[in-house]
Design a protein around this ligand. Structure first.
Ligand code: 3PG
Length: 210
């Protein structure tokens, strides 16, 4: 599990967190991100069309790693498995999700915001976590502090991350990648500005040497 997640995160230190409002945007928007150099994408289950979008992305962009995010229940986890997700991301974690993840063929990146939550995940065998919401849960300072008692845990912080502060997180030894919605700004998506999104991805990939 840990190795699988590491190989996905190694492919891209920056993971766009994407909420698809219009199903027809999914493929051109995600193609632009991949062409720009970001090939690991998280599609959130915050809209009705999210699962259908993941199915289309699997066919259209076979080289990309597609995760399903905002998974709150084992039922949603199963839906993510059925549409071919490469990984599952949760904003927080419950015992039910931890148990489901242990037996699932699809690895889970559980969300934690405190050391106690981290310890619960650790007990179930999880070693890789999402740190959410990163900026309001203490930011890079908090993650640095998590590294003292549990240095083996690695994180993907999300929530309030942008080009301006991504580097601060990525320089920590326990951060494997960062995620965020800043690569798909609402105005650009509404304007179907896929060239603009490709350029944003390219800048991020270049800046962080992907
Ligand atoms: C997530 O679920 O990871 C967040 O919604 C992304 O946070 P951001 O919108 O602040 O980047």
């Amino acid at each position: 599990r840990t190795a699988e997640l590491d190989s996905i995160c190694l492919k891209a230190q920056i993971i766009p967190v994407i909420t698809i409002q219009r199903l027809e945007d999914a493929v051109p928007m995600c193609r632009a991100l991949v062409e720009g150099g970001l090939s690991v994408l998280e599609i959130t289950l915050r809209t009705e069309c999210a699962l259908e979008a993941v199915k289309r992305l699997r066919d259209a962009l076979p080289a990309a790693s597609i995760g399903v995010g905002t998974v709150l229940t084992p039922a949603q986890y199963r839906q993510a498995e059925q549409v071919g997700a490469d990984f599952v991301v949760t904003p927080g974690a419950t015992e039910a999700l931890y148990r489901h993840g242990v037996g699932s063929p699809v690895p889970m990146l559980p969300g934690v915001a405190t050391v106690s939550e981290l310890m619960t995940g650790w007990q179930y065998g999880y070693r890789r976590f999402k740190f959410f919401p990163a900026e309001s849960s203490g930011g890079a300072k908090a993650l640095k502090a998590f590294g003292a008692p549990i240095p083996e845990a690695r994180f993907c912080p999300t929530g309030g991350i942008s080009m301006d502060n991504a580097g601060e997180y990525l320089s920590l030894p326990n951060v494997m990648c960062v995620g965020g919605s800043w690569l798909t700004p609402k105005d650009m998506v509404e304007a179907e500005d896929w060239d603009g999104i490709r350029e944003l991805a390219r800048q991020a990939a270049q800046r962080f040497h992907l």
